[in-house]
Unconditional design. Structure first.
Length: 280
């Protein structure tokens, strides 16, 4: 009789342990499976890019990349409430994927041959061009005008590399961790221009606090094919995201979200690119 009591108690303990394990597994840090219960998916975005990826003062998130990522997550089986947004700065995007900090990244992430050695890309889902943001009245009108000028960009961005290699090797390049610092430097006169993708620059120029102060030079210094980064070798997630992006274009959501986020800046955006076709 005593033995039967011990066995029953052991069974009860085992049942509790299994239940606790099941509860503990409901929080899916990397978002490797679909939604249900309390599972979460971690998605990398920028926090300081108005119109693309911006953390608002009230703690909410806005921008085209946020809308794209939310749509994709929905197709993967996650509700907006199950998304955990993670800030991924340009210089740390590859590391964040390799460490498994996020499931995927939608953060003005230009597809390049160098980056494809470390991560896989779904998309592209947007085609931007490198441009310059300057003050109203600036005489800078072409890339070579930057030689001898003070230029600002962000650590790890392809824009900074393009300037140093081909556009204006003699430019005095200053790099910051984020674009907000560059915009502040341009406003104060500490630099003569800010270079990055025209989509990013348009977002800043459209902000109320900067309206009328800046202009885009209107140069297409490069083609920047934005892709969604996933961990190298994660083909299953890659294919699902590509299917989601195709659906986003075909059902009209892509066009609606582009107009919502870039319309106020009167940004002349390119049509939706075809999945798998990189514009050189």
């Amino acid at each position: 009789m005593k033995l039967r009591k011990v066995t029953a108690a052991s069974a009860a303990v085992l049942a509790l342990a299994v239940a606790a394990t099941a509860c503990g597994s409901s929080n899916d840090d990397g978002g490797s499976s679909g939604s249900g219960g309390g599972k979460k998916i971690k998605i990398g975005i920028k926090f300081d890019q108005p119109g693309l990826g911006l953390k608002e003062p009230n703690g909410s998130y806005s921008g085209f990349d946020v809308d794209v990522a939310t749509y994709v997550a929905g197709k993967l089986g996650y509700k907006p409430s199950q998304i955990e947004w993670v800030e991924t700065k340009s210089a740390d995007r590859e590391n964040a994927l390799q460490r498994g900090d996020v499931k995927f990244i939608a953060a003005t992430y230009s597809i390049t041959d160098e980056r494809k050695q470390k991560v896989d890309f779904a998309g592209p889902y947007f085609l931007a061009h490198q441009d310059l943001l300057v003050k109203q009245g600036s005489t800078i009108s072409k890339g070579t005008d930057l030689n001898g000028k003070k230029l600002c960009s962000v650590v790890g961005s392809t824009s900074a590399q393009n300037v140093q290699k081909t556009i204006a090797p003699k430019a005095n390049l200053k790099t910051n961790a984020g674009y907000s610092e560059c915009v502040a430097s341009l406003q104060s006169g500490a630099v003569d221009a800010l270079t990055t993708d025209d989509s990013i620059l348009a977002g800043y120029a459209a902000q109320d606090k900067y309206k009328g102060q800046f202009k885009l030079a209107g140069l297409k210094l490069s083609n920047e094919n934005y892709g969604i980064g996933v961990k190298k070798g994660d083909t299953a997630t890659l294919n699902k995201i590509n299917d989601a992006l195709k659906s986003m274009v075909s059902d009209g959501t892509w066009e609606k979200d582009v107009k919502k986020n870039f319309g106020p800046a009167q940004y002349q955006y390119e049509p939706a690119p075809k999945i798998g076709q990189i514009v050189k």
